[in-house]
Design a protein. Sequence first.
Length: 300
Amino acid sequence: MVKIVECVPNFSEGRRPEVINEIVRAIQSVPGVAVLDVEADADHNRSVVTFVGEPAACLEAAFAGCAAAARLINMEEHRGSHPRIGATDVIPFVPVKNVTMAECVELAARLGRRIAEELGIPVYLYGEAARRPERKSLPNIRRGQYEGLKSEIARPERHPDFGPPRLHPTAGATCVGARPFLIAYNVNLNTPDVTVAQRIAEAVREKDGGLTNVRAIGIYLSARHQAQVSMNLLDPGRTPVHRVLELVRREAARYGVSVTGTEIVGLVPAEALLAAAAYYLQLENFDPARQVLEFRLHKE
């Protein structure tokens, strides 16, 4: 029985292709791992790598990527619009096939301990792997970002789960966790006013009274001279992409702003796109299993 885990590490580099390529090569060097997607964003100054494999192989590949990032990225020089605390900012494990969430939690703990012991990088466990309730949420761990954590990490309540209570001099800290599948979804606006994007993000995100299981921030994209609402949809089954987009559009209209385009970072389940298609096409009695050609061919 083959076990498949998805791993989606985020690295604090989106502007130097040679660095990104070397990190990806380190991941690909591990037998049994398949890299499915690499997305780099210069404004965020961040890359998202998606790979799959059996649990042991994914652990080795994640460690290899983290070690390469620690060697190649200096957080003292890093600037970008996305919150971050380290060269390898976050490493989530996601159960895909014949793997339980509990197994991914154990995988996260093993990797976190190894990163701390072998690379000297402090590690925080988050999501389902969190050992403190407040650390289930990444924003709580990232509070103050790399710069703020330099001094905050010495406080007992901000001590890492593994490693010493001090940042690695160039690689910072790393978050390792286990979680269900999520969708990273960004909406671009026809305004450079980041304040508008921040106000929309506040209206959309769950912690400020918005949509369930939605995290959102407003950022400025200097390369496009646009503001963006950058979001994570933690449970797209309960809060689908189209519902999020419609709320962003309504909130944007309050400020005389419109949506110029959206993007999905990394991979997305077919069901999420089909749900959006059914919504916007106003399909009645739509049955993807019966009416989507590729699904029928796969079954045959």
